[in-house]
Write a protein that binds this ligand. Sequence first.
Ligand SMILES: NC(=O)c1ccc[n+]([C@@H]2O[C@H](COP(=O)([O-])OP(=O)(O)OC[C@H]3O[C@@H](n4cnc5c(N)ncnc54)[C@H](O)[C@@H]3O)[C@@H](O)[C@H]2O)c1
Length: 258
Amino acid sequence: MQMNLQGQTVAVFGAARGIGRAIADIFHEEQCCVLGFDLTPPDSTSSPMDYAFFAGDVTSSSDLKAFADKAVAVDHVVFCVGIGSGSFGFPFWNVSPDAWARVLNVNLIGAAQVAHALAPHMAKRGSGSFLFFTSVAGQIGSQTDPPYSASKAGLINFMQCVAKDLAPHGVRANAIAPGMVKTDLNRSVWQWGQQRLPEPQRVDYETWAAEKIKKVSPLGQWQDPAEFASMAIYLASHHARNITGQTINIDGGWVMHS
Ligand SMILES: NC(=O)c1ccc[n+]([C@@H]2O[C@H](COP(=O)([O-])OP(=O)(O)OC[C@H]3O[C@@H](n4cnc5c(N)ncnc54)[C@H](O)[C@@H]3O)[C@@H](O)[C@H]2O)c1
């Protein structure tokens, strides 16, 4: 299937690592002009990023304004930034109320700030798409990291608002909800849990990961960043011209609304 995205401009937020990196790479392979945005550039051990990179923070309106001034011709925006609180629930009052602000600020308000900075350009151009990365956690009231879950639920809701507001301007908005992907973000959940176990009960990441995926996913498989990248180019392409306001779960069947 031809995506026909050649020559289009794509802004990827959270482009240095994990899923965002795979997405920036696939748009580059599709011969798009990729503008990557992240707190820090990718580390030197990963493959070189041969597209434009901007160091910035999605919670900084001045960083986003500087980026938007350079990205006036953007066609597609992918928001792949996400952080956890660094502490976990079970029950939720194990997480300090002070942990909420930073997570909501990055995951939800950061996404809103990106949309504020870039939507006016896109509405004026009359075409394009937004893609926001949410999570299964945002659909099931996950107890693991309550501020994270709430931020992802809020992001689904905001994506629908973006989709409605931009539809008359020919711009679409969707969300992808991953289940479990072996990135730094996921590793931090394992690390946190292990630190709290007595030494003899601790297991390595791969052992923990194998057990965990069996418990939560009907298909019993981890997702790979490349799977999200394929969906991202499809959603940006003309093949998805009637898809807007949707949350697409790529989660091995973890979340089923029946
Ligand atoms: N990994 C999973 O299992 C999983 C599951 C569900 C949802 N997700 C979501 O998918 C998206 C990508 O996750 P990932 O696993 O690739 O995460 P990751 O931690 O590997 O990458 C996230 C990137 O965002 C960047 N970032 C963090 N804060 C930022 C800020 N304030 N400004 C700019 N950049 C910032 C980081 O530097 C990093 O490069 C996130 O929204 C995450 O919540 C991931």
